[in-house]
Design a binder for this molecule. Structure first.
Ligand SMILES: [Zn+2]
Length: 228
């Protein structure tokens, strides 16, 4: 059985990646980052998703608190945008962009993967219906794949570690349909940037998630304070 790292935030996309890795018969090592995000509720969601897949014992949560900043997701003095239109989301890089987040996450996932002899890192980025983050685009992923190939023993010895981004070209609705087919536990997932319970329903993450469920023709199983 091939060992793989799944970067698990506890959100919809990474929960779908868990379902995809499980369906592909992989031995999953979930990896979650506590990076000082205001929505720490997602850490609990990540724990629950890992537990749902019976891999809590292999679930690692890395504490990066205080190391990432400069984002509305981390800084107390920056407000999380709400009530934006879907066409507005993704047009420019939003204040919820976290400098170097996926660069740091992938580097640390790699540091876990190589000694484990894991052969892939699953990352739930998607370039459609996304928030406009530069580190979610295919160009970034292929550049980082080059870093892995050139900068690790595994890569140089020819059995490099793949970055798997199964969602990268899917819309949110397609992601949700895929996850539902595979039995992804969306009722345990959490996406809201505000960290509120029930979810706010008005931040970019809630808006994209709700739009995805609506387009997929499925009811989102988690509660919202406001459903637009
Ligand atoms: Zn929200």
């Amino acid at each position: 059985m091939e060992k793989v790292i799944v970067v698990l935030s506890g959100g919809l996309d990474s929960t779908t990646c868990m379902a995809i890795a499980r369906a592909a018969g992989k031995e999953i090592y979930p990896l979650t980052f506590a990076y000082g995000q205001k929505h720490t509720v997602e850490l609990e969601a990540a724990r629950q998703v890992a537990s749902y897949y019976g891999v809590s014992g292999r679930h690692k949560i890395i504490n990066l608190e205080g190391l990432l900043s400069g984002s509305a997701l981390t800084d107390a003095d920056k407000e999380i945008p709400t009530g934006r239109s879907i066409s507005e989301i993704g047009r420019v890089i939003p204040s919820t962009y976290v400098p170097a987040r996926n660069i740091v996450f992938l580097a640390l996932a790699l540091a876990q993967a190589e000694p484990l002899d894991a052969r892939a890192i699953y990352l739930g980025v998607n370039a459609l219906d996304f928030s406009g983050y530069p580190d979610c685009r295919p160009e970034f992923i292929s550049a980082f794949q080059e870093v892995i190939n050139k900068g690790t023993a595994a890569g140089v010895e020819g059995h490099g570690i793949r970055i798997e981004t199964p969602l990268i070209h899917l819309t949110k609705a397609e992601i949700i349909k895929t996850g539902i087919k595979l039995g992804a536990p969306y009722h345990l997932s959490y996406s809201c940037y505000q960290g509120s319970v029930p979810s706010c329903g008005t931040c970019d993450a809630c808006l994209l998630r709700l739009k995805g469920f609506q387009e997929a023709g499925v009811t989102d199983p988690i509660p919202y304070r406001n459903k637009g």
